[in-house]
Every structure is written in C-alpha cells, then in structure tokens.
Design a protein around this ligand. Structure first.
Ligand code: SF4
Ligand code: SF4
Length: 635
C-alpha cells in the first residue's frame, strides 16, 4: 500500500506523550483516530477567509461597506462612542461564549485559522509544534484586553474635565467608506500575519498567539469560565489520553475530565477534536456546572517550561520587548508588538539555556551536545541574536523618541506665535532653548540611525529645526515625513510645511503644500487661512477672499480668517464688510498679548497695516515688553 493510501480513519498521528501532567496517567501507545470535525472546522475557517475577501472586494467596488467586523473596532466605541460592526460582533461573541464557551475562537477567528494552517504545514515537514508553558505570561491577554478596552474609560474618569460625560455620545458607524482606515498597511499586515500566525506557532505551540498575546482571548477566557456549555465525559472514559494528545490548545483533557467530569481549561476552543478522536465515545458537548463552580484548590497540576526565576525574567523581557517594538517607526501595531514580545521572550530564554546547558534540543534538532553547540544550534543562535538585536535597536530608537517627545511637550512658545515670523528666536525662553537642543539631539538619533524612515520623529525634528531658526531644513524634513504619512499626520506635516514656506516667501510652493494638506483633511481650517495668505501674496486676491470665506463658513469663530477678510475688504474699499468681519474677530480674540502680537504679525505680512497696528497696540497695552521686541527685532 502506498503511504498516501493508508486509512484516514485510523492512522497513527503521534505517540502519546503527556509530559505536561505531574502524575502521569497509564497512557498506552495506540493508534489515535483522525478527527472528523477538523475538516468541518477547516471548512468554516476557509469560508471565513472567503467572506473577508468578499467584504474587501465589495468595499472596493462600491466605495462603502459595513465597518470591519473586528473586535479591535470596539475600542472606538468605548473611546469615541462610534457604534460599529466590530463592537456588535464582539459583544455577541462574548455573550455566546458566556453560554457555549469559546466556539467563536475555534470556529470563527482568522488568526486561529492562520495558526492551524501553520501547524499543518509544519507537521507536513515533520515538525510538531510543542507548547511553551508559562505561569505568568498567560496573564498577558487579560492585561492587554484591560489596557485596550477598560483603560481608556478609567483614564477619562480621572482626566475628563468636570461635566464631560464618561461614556461618549454614541454615533452610528455601521457603514464606512474608509474600511481600511483603522488597519495597518498591507506592508505591515504581511509581517504581522507571519509573526502572529507562523512564528508564534513555531516557537510557542499551535495556539501560541492565543495563549500569550490575544487580548480578545483575555475576555473570552473569563467568559468561558461562566459558560455552562462544556466538553463533558461519560463513564466510558478509560484514560487512554487520545484526547489530550490531539488537543491543539494544550488542554489536559483526560486529566480534567477525570477530575471534574468536564474540560475546565479556559484555553479550550471547542474545536471538538477530542470528542471526535475518543475511541470510547466518552466525550460530548453538554450543559451543566460551569468552571467557576469548581474549587480552585482542585485544579489539575501542570508542568511548566520555566522555573520561577525564569518566569520573572520572562515577564521582564516580555515587557521590555513590548515597549521597545510597539509603535516603532509608526509600523508595529499593538497586537504585533505582543506577538513579537512573546517570540523575543522565548528566544532569550532558549538562548540562555543554550549557553548554559550541556545538552539541548529544539524540535528534533540537536542544538547542543556534550557541551558543544551543533550546526543547528549555531543557526538558532544566529537567528536569536539578530531578532534580539533588532529588538534592542528598536528599544534604542524608542528611547530617543521618548526623550525627544518629552522635550517636545515642554516647549512653551505657542505654535501660532512661533509660526508668525521666519525666526521665532526672540520669543524663546531659556527652557525652550534647552528643550530645543535636547529634542533635536534625540530626534536626530531616532531618525538618522533608524532602520526605516521615522516619519513622526522627522516631523517633530522639523519643528525643533524651525524653532532653532533653520526653516529651510525644517521644510525639507516635513516634506520627507509627509511622503511616508497618511491621514491626519500627513495633513499636519503638509500644513506646517506650507506655513513655513509662506514665511519664507515661497508662496506657490506653500499653496501646493496647503492644497495637499486640504486633500488629506478638508476640515483643516488652519490650512485654509494659510492658503488664503499664499494666494493673496501671489496677487490672486479674489481667490484668497474665497478661501478665507470658506474657512469662516467652516468655523465662524476663526479670529485670523475674520481679520484677514476684514483687511481684504478694507483694502478693496468695502468698509461695511470690513467692520462686520472685524467685529466678528474681536468677539473671539483672546485678550492675550502673544495672541494679539501674532495676529498683528500675520496681518502685517499681508500689508494690512492699519489692522495690524491695532493688534500690536493692544499687545503693548497688555504687556509693554512687546514694544522692545518689536523695535529691536522686527522693524
Ligand atoms: S475521554 Fe476518551 S480519549 Fe480522552 S482519555 Fe477518556 S477515553 Fe481516552
Ligand atoms: S479540549 Fe477538546 S474541544 Fe477543547 S480545544 Fe482541546 S480538543 Fe478542542
């Protein structure tokens, strides 16, 4: 008989080894039935992927679609009140789990599908993923879930100004035209799926990502403990262990059903493989007592991959790695950072063992023998050093970003005042000067020695360059940053670039940059004010007035745009109109000397001198020191 023709029903999958249980059962080596339900589950997960693809195609073809059916979207419901399809799905999934257990994970999660596919591929090449068991890291999913879904509300509770509601007002976001808006780019999604779907399986076991990283699993695990729906056992069980050997969620099925009459491990994803392979048909899915009713002291004792001191090291390495890679280069999203951190933790501990142990193996590779590192060991070590090195480098970049950000936050000069003239030097305080030097050093470090272009660091570096009087360089940095940004971040970089170009007198380039900013974010009224200035300076006065009018239509309280319209009307001899705009502007002008001076400078740039003088005088009235600066620096 050809090997491919042997019976699929009864086929030896792997010898039954139960190294995870402290008291070994009298396990016998015998043929394990192939699971019949695994095919149904594979079909369900393939259909899931097809539906996801169909969703994207429908959006591409029609321009609008149902918002992403992703649990992560619930964050926007809790933070912004946006009711979306992801929130509804996640709520229903948790409710279903409260009754039936984690069926949604096993039968409806695309990451589980990816992990199962990866495990299937590895098995095809003779590598059976082995579980990595940690006592402390299993808490990561719950902590991550609380951080994602509970922390924003807690934060609002303590930081919201009085009178602001804790729960934001709900709005309907069930349909969207920006389907991909909250997802990473395809260039990030591919390594994301590779790391979270494949590498976690190879290093941590078939459900490595679910066990140590998935934040949704954190909530599903808790809900599962309350669920009356469980894998349960009859008296027919003879403790053969086939169920445990088959379970890809590393549940000690035979031991749990012996002790409790049911599977209590919240990692059980109700794949039903154990039911299918049980030679005595002793298992079934049924309703009864939930896990929460079982005394904790009765829990089945397990063996773990780590000693307690290693557990602590693992927790520290995990946290450090997570902080190092999360958001680095604005590329690594939250879930991917969790996946990366689990892999870094595993590699660090395994490398440590490789250095210390005399004998060590990994899968069927002999990595160290009689104290000598073998070929496979050098391969493993090289990979680990590169991976850990990349993590450390990311940490170094993040450190510079963090310090640069601190300096950025401490800058005191208001943006509008700094941007009112080409060189804001006269307005800088000693604290500003110190922070500019620090911030520049750190952001230069983060941008110049990063492995990828760091658009956020670059745009903040541009601000420090501008404040230190190098507007030309700042314009270049912002151009580079904007080329790698999208949405709001891109719009802001282009707006600041356009503003700086206006101050440099390069009005045509400024207008183009501001137009691009408005294409990204049409609601960016500040860009309209600046665009009006470019057009006015280019002699296209009617267009300038039209753009300022648009800005005022979007926001009637805009002080600068109303002043610009007043100045424009006066210069065109439309005095009544000028008075109306001036009055409107005055209503909302803060009585702050800096603000009046800024308005004065902006109007002076446009040669609206009479109006400019009014604001200069008011600033001097409020703070006589402005007179000195005006005479010494600007005239
Ligand atoms: S439940 Fe079935 S497969 Fe599991 S130990 Fe008992 S007899 Fe064996
Ligand atoms: S215990 Fe059974 S149903 Fe649960 S994950 Fe393991 S094999 Fe699947």
């Amino acid at each position: 008989m050809k090997s491919g023709c042997e019976s699929l029903e009864v086929k030896k999958q792997r010898s039954i080894q139960l190294p995870v249980l402290k008291q070994q059962p009298p396990a016998q080596e015998s043929a394990i039935r192939k699971s019949r339900t695994s095919r149904w589950r594979a079909a369900a997960l393939i259909i899931l992927y097809l539906l996801m693809i169909a969703h994207i195609i429908q959006w591409k073809m029609m321009g609008t679609t149902i918002s992403p059916i992703e649990p992560s979207e619930s964050m926007y419901t809790l933070q912004e009140g946006a009711i979306n399809a992801g929130f509804i799905f996640f709520t229903l999934a948790i409710l279903a789990t409260l009754i039936f257990g984690r069926f949604v994970c096993g039968w409806g999660c695309h990451i589980v599908a990816l992990q199962d596919f990866c495990a299937w591929v590895l098995k095809k090449v003779g590598l059976v993923p082995k579980p990595f068991r940690s006592r402390l890291l299993v808490f990561v999913p719950l902590i991550a879930a609380l951080y994602m879904f509970a922390w924003p509300t807690v934060y609002r509770f303590f930081s919201n100004p009085e009178g602001e509601p804790l729960i934001p007002q709900f709005t309907n976001h069930l349909v969207t035209s920006n389907f991909w808006g909250t997802f990473p780019s395809v260039a990030v999604a591919i390594p994301f799926l590779f790391i979270c779907g494949f590498m976690t399986v190879y290093f941590l076991g078939q459900k490595g990502f679910c066990t140590y990283a998935c934040p949704y699993g954190g909530f599903f695990s808790i809900a599962d403990k309350f669920a009356p729906g469980k894998i349960r056992v009859t008296d027919a069980c003879n403790q053969c262990g086939h169920c445990t050997a088959t379970c890809t969620s590393n549940v000690l099925v035979h031991a749990e059903v012996k002790q409790f009459g049911m599977v209590v491990d919240p990692g059980c994803m109700k794949c039903m493989d154990c039911i299918s392979v049980c030679p005595n048909d002793a298992l079934y899915f049924g309703f009864g007592k939930p896990t929460i009713a079982i005394p904790k002291s009765d829990a089945v004792e397990k063996n773990y991959s780590l000693t307690w001191s290693e557990e602590i090291v693992a927790a520290v390495v995990f946290l450090a790695s997570f902080l190092a890679v999360r958001g680095v280069y604005q590329l690594v999203p939250f879930l991917m950072a969790l996946g990366c951190a689990t892999i870094t933790t595993f590699l660090t501990l395994k490398t440590w063992r490789l250095i210390r142990a005399r004998e060590l193996s990994f899968y069927h590779f002999n990595v160290k023998s009689s104290g000598r590192i073998q070929k496979a060991g050098w391969g493993f070590l090289s990979f680990a050093v590169v991976w850990i090195g990349l993590n450390a480098h990311s940490g170094w970049v993040r450190y510079h970003e963090y310090e640069g950000d601190r300096a950025f936050q401490r800058i005191q000069i208001p943006d509008e005042l700094a941007l009112a003239q080409t060189n804001p030097d006269p307005w800088l305080t000693p604290i500003d000067r110190e922070n500019i030097v620090n911030g520049k050093t750190h952001f230069q470090g983060a941008s110049n020695f990063g492995l990828f272009l760091n658009s956020e660091a670059l745009s903040k570096l541009a601000w420090f360059e501008y404040l230190s009087g190098d507007a030309e360089r700042a314009v270049q940095s912002l151009e580079q940053a904007a080329a790698h940004q999208k949405g709001q971040a891109k719009a802001l970089s282009l707006y600041y670039r356009g503003t700086m170009l206006n101050r440099l007198g390069r009005y045509e380039q400024a207008r183009t940059s501001l137009d691009e900013a408005l294409t990204e974010r049409p609601d960016l009224v500040l860009a309209r004010e600046e665009k009006g200035e470019s057009l006015w300076q280019l002699g296209r006065k009617a267009e300038a007035v039209s753009v300022w009018s648009d800005a005022v239509q979007q926001n009637g309280r805009l002080v600068l745009a109303n002043n610009q319209l007043a100045g424009a009307a006066a210069s065109l001899g439309r005095f009544q109109e000028a008075i109306v705009h001036e009055k409107q502007a005055d209503q909302f002008t803060p009585d702050n000397p800096h603000y009046h001076w800024m308005i004065g400078l902006r109007l002076q740039n446009l040669r609206m001198n009479e109006l400019a003088e009014k604001h200069f005088q008011r600033a001097i009235q409020l703070d006589p020191g402005f007179q000195v600066r005006r005479k010494g620096r600007f005239q």
